[in-house]
Design a protein. Structure first.
Length: 196
C-alpha cells in the first residue's frame, strides 16, 4: 500500500517510512491479447498470462527522519532507482508499505516532464506548475531559478538545444525552488559540472 500524508497538529516521527517493501517486474512468455483467446484459455483452464519475475526488489526497509540525508549505494541493477520510484509514488509496491510525510519533489529521470520544443523559461513554468507552484509564485521565482541553473543566456532558447547537464540543472533548480520537505534525487545530477 502507498500512503502520502501530512499529519495535522502533530510532529511527524519520520519523513519516509518503508516497511518490507517488495516490487516485482515480470517478463511475459505469453500474454492474452484478444477476447476470443481469453475465452478459449478460460474454457481450457489455461492461465491468461504466463510470466516469470525478471527482477524483484525484496524486503526493502528504510526510515528517514526529517532533515536527514540518506544515500542509496549499490551496483547497477540493485534497485536504487526502483526504491526512489516507490517512495515518490511512481510505482506501487507489490508487497509492503510506503509512507511519506510532507511535500515531496523528485528529479528521478533527466528531462522528465520537459518539452524539447519549448524554451527554458516555458519549461520552468510548466514544470513548476506540475510541482504545485502557482503562476505568481513561478513568476516571482523565475529569475532565481534561471540564475541558479546557470542558463540565463539560454532562457529563451528551445530546450532541445540544451546539453544534458543544462537540462539537469534546470530541473534541479525548479525542484529545489519548491522547497520540499522530501527531495529525491537519482543519478541525473551526475551530468552536472564542477560548479553546479
Amino acid at each position: 500500500s502507498l500512503k502520502s500524508s501530512e499529519p495535522e497538529g502533530t510532529a511527524c516521527p519520520a519523513a519516509i517510512i518503508c516497511r518490507q517493501v517488495s516490487k516485482s517486474f515480470y517478463f511475459y512468455e505469453h500474454r492474452t491479447v484478444s477476447l476470443r483467446e481469453a475465452f478459449i484459455r478460460t474454457v481450457l483452464r489455461r492461465p491468461l498470462h504466463v510470466g516469470r519475475a525478471a527482477f524483484t526488489l525484496q524486503d526493502f526497509s528504510l526510515t528517514v527522519a526529517p532533515g536527514q540525508a540518506v544515500a542509496l549505494i549499490g551496483p547497477n541493477g540493485s534497485g536504487k532507482s526502483t526504491a526512489l520510484r516507490l517512495i515518490s509514488g511512481i510505482y506501487t509496491p507489490t508487497t509492503g508499505h510506503v509512507e511519506t510525510h510532507g511535500r515531496m519533489a523528485s528529479v528521478i529521470e533527466l528531462g522528465a516532464g520537459f518539452q524539447p520544443e519549448l524554451t527554458g523559461t516555458e519549461n520552468v513554468e510548466i514544470y513548476g506548475a506540475v510541482m504545485g507552484l502557482r503562476r505568481k509564485e513561478i513568476q516571482a521565482r523565475l529569475p532565481e531559478i534561471i540564475a541558479f541553473a546557470g542558463v540565463a543566456e539560454f532562457a529563451d532558447v528551445p530546450l532541445k538545444y540544451y546539453s544534458s547537464g543544462m537540462q539537469a540543472r534546470l530541473a534541479f533548480a525548479v525542484t529545489v525552488c519548491v522547497e520540499p520537505d522530501i527531495l529525491l534525487l537519482d543519478e541525473v545530477l551526475a551530468v552536472g559540472d564542477q560548479w553546479f
